[in-house]
Every structure is written in C-alpha cells, then in structure tokens.
Design a binder for this molecule. Structure first.
Ligand SMILES: C[S@@+](CC[C@H](N)C(=O)[O-])C[C@H]1O[C@@H](n2cnc3c(N)ncnc32)[C@H](O)[C@@H]1O
Length: 198
C-alpha cells in the first residue's frame, strides 16, 4: 500500500505565497551567464530526507545546512520543517544572487521561517563552505564547466563526512557530474543519491 503523506500546513502556505511572486527578471538574465532561474524542485523526492540521513548516521548533533541558490526557499523550507521532527540542532543558510528572490522571502515568508533562516545576497562561488556539513543545490548552473567548478570548490572546502545533496538527475547532478569526483562516496537513499566527502 502506498502511504499517503499530508503536507505540513506551513508548507502548503509557503507554496501558496510563492505562487504570487512576480519580477522583471527575464530568462536571458540567467541563461546569458550560464545560470538557472528559480525552478521548483519535486517535493516528493525530499520526503523524509533528513529522517533517512539520521537513520544512516549522517547527521551531526549540530547541522549547518546551506542551499546554494535558494531561490524562494521552497526546498530549504521543507527541509526546515523536517528538522523539527529530529532531536538535533539545525541551522539554515540560503545564498542567492538575485536580490528580488531574497526580498520576497524577507517580505512575505519570514513569519513562516521564524528567524531560522540566514540569507546572503551573494554569488555561490564567493562563499566559504568549510563550516557547512550539508550542502544542498538544485543546478544553479546550466552547463558542465560552471557546475563542475562549483562542486570542485564545495568539495575542496567541506570537511570529511559532510554531505552534498543535489536535486537534479536523481542526485547525480546534470551530466552525472558528482560521479566524477574520487573523494566522494555515493549513497543510495532509495529515490535519490547523495554524496559524502571521504
Ligand atoms: C533551480 S533554482 C533552485 C532553487 C532552490 N535551491 C530549490 O531547490 O528550490 C537555482 C537558483 O540558483 C540561483 N543562482 C544561480 N546562479 C547563482 C550564483 N552564481 N550565485 C547565487 N545564486 C545563483 C538562481 O537565481 C536560482 O534561484
């Protein structure tokens, strides 16, 4: 029997509010520099994500999670709601290049985040990842070269045992890119692969 899971009411509210987002951003602004605009992830793939990490002893007592290109924060918010069910500490950070996304979160979604989110308007390539043990992304770049440089930077900076979660391509990243790195262990979470730095 397939288990029916009712989404948390705050998640439904979050998604309803983000549907009102409008901006002057055009697709060219992103594609001209090899980037992707805010595309909603498939929330079904994230169900029980933190619970599964916990079962596999991949969480620490204190977890610092960063979303590289948070967009409007839908995915990170879902992960935040999951964290409330786990008896460990969690800290959430979102980096985003587009001010309008950050402004929208601050103006419309802060009441749902309840001070749990730290936001930085910056390029993901300027961030120091050394203090994050869970790095999440959903293909901020649309091409092999920039994505590879991003993963290279993250992998070189995070500490061993830290986790990389990519939403695209069952967690393998576009072009199966994450499989190219020797210092990562691929872990099967059933519907999604994640990677642990060795
Ligand atoms: C496909 S969306 C993913 C949104 C969110 N992470 C999620 O999974 O729901 C990619 C996001 O990355 C942002 N982005 C792309 N390139 C970036 C860069 N160089 N620095 C910071 N953010 C970037 C885009 O503006 C967009 O919001």
């Amino acid at each position: 029997m397939i288990e029916e899971i009712e989404p948390h009411p705050d998640l439904i509210e979050y998604f309803n509010i983000t549907q009102n987002f409008t901006s002057n951003l055009t697709v060219d602004i992103f594609t001209n520099v090899g980037e992707n605009y805010n595309i909603l992830s498939d929330i079904n793939k994230n169900i029980f994500l933190l619970k599964r990490l916990d079962e596999l002893n991949l969480l620490k007592e204190e977890n610092h999670i960063i979303d590289c290109g948070i967009g409007l924060g839908n995915t990170l918010f879902e992960i935040y709601l999951q964290s409330k069910e786990i008896d460990k500490k969690f800290y959430f950070k979102g980096v985003e290049k587009q001010k309008v996304y950050i402004r929208f979160i601050l103006d419309n979604l802060s009441h749902l985040w309840k001070d749990a989110l730290s936001l930085e308007n910056n390029d993901i390539m300027n961030i120091d990842y050394s203090n994050f043990n869970i790095v999440y992304s959903y293909s901020p770049f649309n091409n092999h070269k920039q994505l590879k440089l991003m993963y290279q930077k993250i992998i070189s900076e995070i500490k061993p045992e830290s986790i990389i979660i990519e939403h695209a391509n069952k967690g393998l990243g576009h072009f199966n890119l994450l499989e190219e790195f020797n210092d990562l262990e691929k872990i099967n979470l059933d519907h999604l692969y994640i990677f642990k730095k060795l």
